[in-house]
Design a protein around this ligand. Structure first.
Ligand SMILES: [Zn+2]
Length: 217
């Protein structure tokens, strides 16, 4: 076991910190990690593991589906880049390496964690859309995917910033103490929490949980 853990055989050189520091939901960072570790089940990876399947890309049906094709070369993926606001980044000459892992590591090394996070979210949406087409026959417009990425990342970022601000410092709410209401007044104490659910097949699931904690007269 010690041999396996310390073995260089399983070590892949790259900017792994750049992936984990990306400003994105964990599932999007995890997708980048899986992609760079070569364990995303594209059709070419499945064939490597002796799973019998057709090799063509399920989106365009024109080329072999590997990581480079499905995320960077497929016409459907490329059309979603501009709606996501990432066309200039991904068309940059600095990021035209011949395999997907090198492209991702190059983006991680040269771009801010916000941009890396947006790219991670884009790739996650492309992969979800691919799976939705493959298993459910659901097809989204190309621009819709990019627009989903743009909106979902902004929503996630807003909530994330709000939460980290609340955790890191003393907020105005912390300074407000409960006061007994004056006579003839009804006082309602409300505690609220907002959870952004990005796990579902659609991006528009925002749950608002509002708990009325007490009613005092
Ligand atoms: Zn394709």
């Amino acid at each position: 076991m010690r041999y396996l853990i310390g073995s260089d055989k399983y070590h892949v050189m790259g900017n792994w910190n750049g992936i984990w520091k990306a400003q994105a939901p964990h599932k999007a960072r995890h997708l980048l990690w899986r992609l760079c570790r070569g364990c995303l089940p594209t059709r070419s990876r499945l064939l490597e593991r002796r799973v019998e399947c057709t090799l063509n890309c399920p989106m365009c049906d024109e080329e072999i589906e590997d990581e480079l094709h499905i995320f960077f070369r497929c016409a459907l993926a490329r059309d979603s880049w501009s709606a996501a606001g990432l066309s200039a980044v991904l068309h940059n000459a600095t990021y035209q390496q011949t395999n997907a892992m090198d492209r991702i590591f190059a983006v991680c090394s040269n771009e801010s964690s916000d941009i890396v996070g947006r790219v991670a979210m884009l790739l996650w949406c492309i992969w979800q859309n691919r799976n939705d087409k493959l298993w459910n026959e659901n097809v989204q417009m190309r621009r819709q995917i990019g627009r989903h990425v743009f909106d979902a990342w902004n929503d996630w970022y807003s909530v994330h910033k709000l939460q980290s601000n609340n955790v890191s410092g003393t907020t105005e709410a912390d300074l407000v103490r409960w006061e007994k209401p004056a006579l003839d007044w009804v006082k309602c104490n409300v505690d609220d929490a907002f959870v952004l659910d990005l796990e579902g097949p659609r991006w528009d699931c925002v749950f608002a949980i509002i708990m009325v904690t007490s009613w005092l007269v």
